[in-house]
Design a protein around this ligand. Structure first.
Ligand code: AMP
Ligand code: MG
Length: 408
């Protein structure tokens, strides 16, 4: 049997970060920036007012008070968006709105609250000092500044900055497009009533949601029955749309394990027994002339999800240009004894909790059968038991992979 580490290394070795692509700004959020971004303009692009008020010369309102206001004629009105370029004559005021261009020569804005709000002339009730409530050209960004470095993971705030400097497109490592296909003649989409012998396709949505949670553009194309031609046709159909394919089911040793049967013939996907529990039957390789990577995951829901966590997730993160490929882990004390298979790495669905003494404690959830989806849903970590351990004892310290996004 192949070790988990060897299999993971093979999978990671077969993929590269996707080539950088020019995308619209809204598609860039969450992506890795693939260029140093230089601002062609200054921000603010012009001196402007930080308040609704009156642009003045501070010297003209020196000593103003409610009892002895400074009264100035209002010679112009500047709304935001005004393209007029004005010059302030000393001894006058210009009524101005937040974001409107400041008249040349004005050195302060008096907020409307400190005035009588006059239109023809204004009484100003408080002094000000030069620079007050003026936003200066370039005080945020100067034309020619590098505002974002290549390699930045773009947040909504970064995208807003790109928009502010006028970019509508940007070079990023694109979001990998993941296509999920469920195989199995027993599968019925959720929402339909089950006939005898049928089950709902839970891997389809589960795996698609897992890829989406990673930020991938993930699509579940549906269910394919256990028929060689149907499986092949579905895979070929999706090749053009996918940066990575995931199938579930049909890779064990049964008579109708069609995925394995079909792809074994093509010869670019290897089917292997990996020394892990659950998730032993694994297939990985590439398909088509574009060599699209494909994971053929076992059908058992727990095996499929564990396989996703252990192999697919790091591969997808690498394809997206991420540096940290793996889930965060914490060391936790086992709350109870349990057996572990010799020679296999065991991934135990479990719940982490904090003990009164502050240490993390890990408790397996329910049964460990690979079909137990409810138990999987209630777990928040996978406790990892090393290959050479056959018995976990209460008090042993285990590494636990955290499963929830908030702990990514
Ligand atoms: P297989 O890998 O096709 O032998 O399937 C192993 C087990 O997983 C069987 O009990 C299948 O019914 C079940 N299974 C396969 N595909 C899915 C799926 N998409 N959703 C839920 N269970 C599945
Ligand atoms: Mg099957």
């Amino acid at each position: 049997m192949k070790s988990v580490d060897d299999h993971l290394a093979d999978c990671l070795g077969a993929v590269e970060a996707l080539a950088a692509l020019d995308v619209a700004l809204l598609e860039a959020s969450d992506c890795l920036l693939a260029e140093d971004v230089v601002s062609p303009i200054s921000l603010p692009p012009f001196d402007n007012s930080a308040m609704d008020g009156y642009a003045v010369l501070a010297a003209d309102v020196a000593g103003a008070s409610p009892d002895v206001p400074a009264v100035l004629p209002v010679v112009a009105d500047v709304p935001a968006g005004s393209g007029e370029s004005l010059r302030l004559t000393p001894g006058t005021a210009v009524r101005i709105m937040t974001g409107a261009p400041a008249p040349a020569g004005a050195d302060a804005v008096v907020p409307v609250e400190s005035t009588d709000r006059g239109v023809a002339k204004v009484a100003i009730h408080a002094p000000t000092s030069p620079g007050t409530f003026l936003r200066r050209i370039g005080e945020d960004v100067r034309a020619g500044d590098v505002v974002l470095r290549s390699g930045t993971r773009l947040t909504p705030r970064h995208v807003a900055l790109l928009a502010a400097i006028g970019r509508d497109r940007v070079m990023v490592r694109p979001r990998p497009r993941v296509v999920v296909i469920s195989t199995g003649s027993e599968l019925v989409p959720p929402g339909r009533t089950l006939g005898y012998g049928q089950i709902h396709d839970s891997n389809g949505v589960g795996l698609t949601a897992a890829a989406a949670e990673l930020g991938m553009a993930a699509d579940h194309v549906g269910i394919v029955e256990d028929d060689a031609r149907a499986v092949l046709a579905a895979l070929e159909d999706q090749l053009v749309r996918a940066d990575l394919l995931i199938t579930s089911g049909g890779v064990s040793a049964g008579a109708f394990d069609t995925v394995k049967e079909v792809l074994s013939r093509i010869g670019t996907v290897r089917f292997e027994r990996v020394a892990m529990q659950p998730g032993m039957p694994q297939g990985f390789g590439t398909l088509g002339s574009e060599r699209v990577p494909i994971f053929t995951l076992p059908g058992n829901p727990v095996s499929a999800m564990v396989s996703f966590e252990v192999f697919v997730r790091p591969v997808l993160r690498k394809m997206w240009g991420e540096v940290g490929l793996h889930r965060h882990t914490v060391d936790a004390v086992a709350a109870q004894d349990w057996p572990s298979p010799a020679g296999k790495r065991q991934f135990v669905r479990a719940v982490l909790a904090r003990r009164p003494d502050g240490r993390a404690q890990v408790t397996p959830v329910g049964g460990q059968g690979s079909h137990l989806v409810a138990d999987l849903a209630h777990a928040n970590c996978l406790a990892v038991v090393a290959e050479d351990v056959t018995q976990v004892r209460a008090g042993d310290v285990l590494r636990c992979m955290l499963l929830d996004r908030s702990r990514r």
